[in-house]
Unconditional design. Structure first.
Length: 93
């Protein structure tokens, strides 16, 4: 059963990659990022269960980057460029 779940997780990531390469999905789209997040999270859980540390590191990092991209894609997300520069805070004193 683990093999079936592992293949499904891999297929999610591969589907996003192929769609991006064919111009169907933008790499910053929520669909692309969600497919990557879910697929890599599934693979990370399985890697942890099997104690495959290199694979766990790769998939956890992949999931974290995808999650960060998803977070930034929401309208409420604040980017570094949206924040007030430190110089302006100092000059208000």
């Amino acid at each position: 059963m683990d093999q079936v779940i592992q293949v499904l997780g891999s297929l999610l990531i591969l589907a996003a990659f192929v769609a991006a390469q064919r111009g169907v999905l933008d790499q910053s789209s929520r669909t692309y990022l969600t497919l990557n997040l879910v697929g890599s999270a599934v693979l990370a859980v399985l890697a942890g269960h099997e104690k495959q540390l290199g694979f766990l590191l790769l998939e956890t990092s992949w999931a974290a980057v995808s999650a960060w991209g998803l977070y930034r894609s929401w309208p409420h997300a604040v980017t570094v460029s949206d924040r007030e520069p430190p110089e302006s805070r100092c000059s208000q004193r």
